[in-house]
Write a protein that binds this ligand. Structure first.
Ligand SMILES: CC(=O)SCCNC(=O)CCNC(=O)[C@H](O)C(C)(C)COP(=O)(O)OP(=O)(O)OC[C@H]1O[C@@H](n2cnc3c(N)ncnc32)[C@H](O)[C@@H]1OP(=O)(O)O
Ligand SMILES: N[C@@H](CCO)C(=O)O
Length: 334
């Protein structure tokens, strides 16, 4: 594998890199292709990433959620900054848009085709691409943190790259998708297939948003009517659907949700994970219930479980973090 740096869109001033975040793009697997889990080769894999802080051999790797991207400073301001869990004044923090994403990395349209569709990719394929990026950045060890899909991807890293991962923080994520989670994604993909071009993705996001919050959260924030005759929650879901269509890609939605659904490591594999892992459940998460996250964490030989008590459901890690950043900071730096 060889890697080539393409010209970043703007230079990064070294003094305060966390204040001048710049997305960079690399092309990996130029000479020897990546062999995808589906058996097909993939060459010239493009990876868009952000790096915060001074380059070091020991990095903190952030794994983003389904509709996230590599710009951690935009979506996780509670976690990134001086004195926070991801501290660019002392840590080298790296986050890459996943393979199959739509924020700069090789996306579904660039994957080989199988029966006229983009080849299926796996979370382990994504981890292998991440590994190649770290090799290029001369990173030898990582502490990994991910939430939601990023948490599932952290499990893939623990299984795929045990030699690299020193410890991991996994927030609001299962070791494998339940029938409930697969069912929600199936409905979302069905909507996209039934109404390609935007309308389906809008419905997919509406289904997903219902699983990202909780009945109590919506009772608090979306009771009553927004405008005459339209329930606030209906108008909210309409708005959220439109927002996703404006910033995301339906093929990426199908590719990434399929990769999550297919990720089904056995307990036997998980018992071999020796790295310390902090597993965090969210008390009101209806997508990945805390009881499920806790039971699966217990399978890992070296795990600690902690629960974020919030009424806001799965997305609480983004919108109601409370003392989560401090818990994570203590674990990542112990
Ligand atoms: C670990 C990771 O990788 S995560 C990756 C990062 N993910 C993302 O960034 C995903 C995208 N964002 C989100 O999921 C959410 O916006 C969150 C969780 C970050 C924030 O949620 P919240 O602050 O609760 O915002 P909320 O979901 O209430 O939406 C607010 C928007 O809805 C609008 N809104 C609220 N109620 C209504 C209503 N009844 N009718 C119409 N619009 C409404 C607001 O005006 C606001 O609009 P705007 O975003 O266009 O300004
Ligand atoms: N709300 C976040 C987390 C979902 O898992 C997203 O859209 O990516």
């Amino acid at each position: 594998m060889t890697a080539v740096t393409q010209t970043p869109s703007a230079p990064i001033p070294p003094a305060e890199p966390e204040r001048c975040p710049v997305k960079k793009t690399m092309t990996l697997f130029r000479d020897v292709p990546l062999l995808l889990d589906c058996g097909l080769p993939l060459s010239n894999v493009r990876v868009a990433y952000h790096a915060y802080g001074e380059a070091q051999e020991n990095a903190v790797l952030v794994l983003h959620a389904l509709t996230g991207n590599s710009a951690v400073h935009e979506w996780w301001p509670d976690f990134l900054g001086a004195g926070k869990p991801l501290d660019p004044t002392s840590d080298y923090v790296v986050c890459a848009n996943v393979l199959g994403g739509c924020a700069g990395s090789t996306g579904p349209a660039e994957l080989p085709e199988v029966n006229g569709q983009p080849a299926p990719i796996t979370l382990r394929d994504m981890a292998r691409v991440g590994r190649a990026l770290l090799e290029h950045l001369n990173v030898k060890k990582v502490r990994v943190i991910g939430a939601s899909m990023g948490g599932m991807l952290a499990y893939a890293w623990l299984l795929e790259c045990p030699d690299l991962v020193e410890r991991a923080v996994i927030i609001g994520a299962p070791t494998r998708h339940s029938p409930w989670a697969i069912g929600l994604n199936t409905a979302a993909r069905s909507a996209i297939k039934a109404a390609p071009g935007g309308e389906g993705l809008k419905v997919a996001r509406q289904i997903a948003m219902l699983s990202y919050r909780s009945p109590e959260s919506f009772a608090l924030t979306q009771s009553g009517f927004r405008r005459s005759g339209v329930p606030a929650i209906s108008s909210y879901l309409e708005h959220q659907g439109e927002k996703l269509v404006a910033r995301f890609c339906e093929r990426t939605y199908c590719t990434l949700t399929a990769a999550m659904d297919a990720f089904q490591p056995s307990d036997y594999e998980l018992r071999n994970v020796t790295a310390p892992v902090l597993c965090i459940g969210i008390s009101s998460d209806v997508l990945y219930p805390a009881v499920e996250v806790k039971a699966q964490a217990a399978v890992l030989p070296n795990s600690t479980y902690w629960e974020l008590n919030s009424i806001h459901g799965h997305d609480a890690f983004l919108m109601d973090a409370q003392d989560l950043p401090e818990r994570v900071r203590a674990f990542l730096h112990s």
